[in-house]
Write a protein that binds this ligand. Structure first.
Ligand code: HEC
Length: 136
């Protein structure tokens, strides 16, 4: 399948899921999962303002999330080391984001380890995702 067609189809899915039940992996379904995990750890649901702050500050190491993804990731980012272009993170600007559990898990794990020297908690992931979803 060619790339444009795939993007168009995933975009269509995002619309369908947004307007109906969340059967497939979508930004909303990941947020629901992270919120539920955060709640069972005794913490509140994701908060966009907290997510923005988290994304834009360092956590002991040299990098912040924004170093590669940009301060407001509605546009393209650039890898801090390789300078490779990184497509926008906000789902409204990139319908491929948060549609693939393997990808979401892999990159949260890797990037959180780089930035925080540990994995992110469910609440931290909920905060970041709540913020990314709020960017229109
Ligand atoms: C050193 C550069 C770098 C830093 C710092 C970084 N990322 Fe990433 N991130 C990447 C790259 C590279 C990818 C994979 C390429 C892509 O998906 O465009 C990625 C992908 C992701 C994805 C996958 C989303 C999806 O569904 O496609 C998530 C989630 C993510 N990053 C979150 C974060 C968070 C949260 C932080 C801060 C804790 C962070 N990143 C910091 C480089 C970085």
């Amino acid at each position: 399948m060619n790339w444009m067609r795939w993007v168009a189809m995933t975009g269509l899915w995002a619309v369908l899921i947004g307007s109906g039940g969340a059967m497939a992996d979508s930004p909303a379904s990941f947020l629901e999962t992270f919120n539920a995990e955060a709640r069972s750890a005794g913490e509140g649901p994701g908060n966009p303002a907290r997510g923005q702050e988290f994304f834009n500050k360092t956590h002991g190491n040299e990098w912040k999330c924004a170093a590669c993804h940009g301060a407001v990731p509605t546009g393209k980012g650039e890898h801090a080391v390789t300078h490779k272009v990184i497509e926008p993170m906000a789902p409204a600007f990139n319908p491929q984001r948060f549609t693939d559990a393997a990808k979401v898990e892999k990159w949260f794990r890797r990037n959180c380890k780089d930035v925080l020297a540990r994995e992110c908690t469910a609440r931290e992931k909920a905060d970041v995702l709540a913020w990314l979803i709020s960017l229109k």
